[in-house]
Design a protein around this ligand. Structure first.
Ligand code: SF4
Length: 118
């Protein structure tokens, strides 16, 4: 089976065609300009992930919310569940850049960290 996708590893956005085996395994890719495209295609077929950005409510801070991000990409299939956890979260001021807001979100091994002060 062939699957078309656009590489999002850099702004060039190469159009790629991925050959997927009968068991859903990565076979080959064409259309990528560099090795990162192949890595992206393999990950997208076997275990797609995405970085997550959002905001979390701050108690007693200079602003009502602080921006946060996932310290590393999380499984794509868990994005909505992760957002539910983030929307429920609160953190007390003061908040520093890099503070862990949610540790090991949904058991993924990924922390949600602050990206600004508050
Ligand atoms: S294949 Fe390489 S050049 Fe093309 S979008 Fe991906 S990272 Fe960028």
């Amino acid at each position: 089976m062939k699957k078309d996708m656009i590489c999002i590893a850099c702004p060039r956005g190469c159009y790629m065609t991925v050959e997927v085996g009968d068991n859903g395994e990565f076979v080959s890719v064409t259309g990528n300009t560099c090795k990162r495209g192949e890595t992206y295609a393999k990950t997208e077929i076997t275990n797609p992930t995405r970085s997550l950005t959002s905001t979390v409510k701050v108690i007693g801070g200079a602003h009502p919310v602080v921006p946060v991000k996932s310290a590393s990409p999380v499984p794509k299939g868990l994005l909505f569940e992760c957002m539910k956890e983030i929307n429920k979260a609160e953190i007390k001021a003061p908040v520093k850049i890099g503070d862990t807001v949610i540790e090991n979100i949904l058991g993924t091994g990924v922390d949600i960290i602050a990206t600004n002060i508050c």
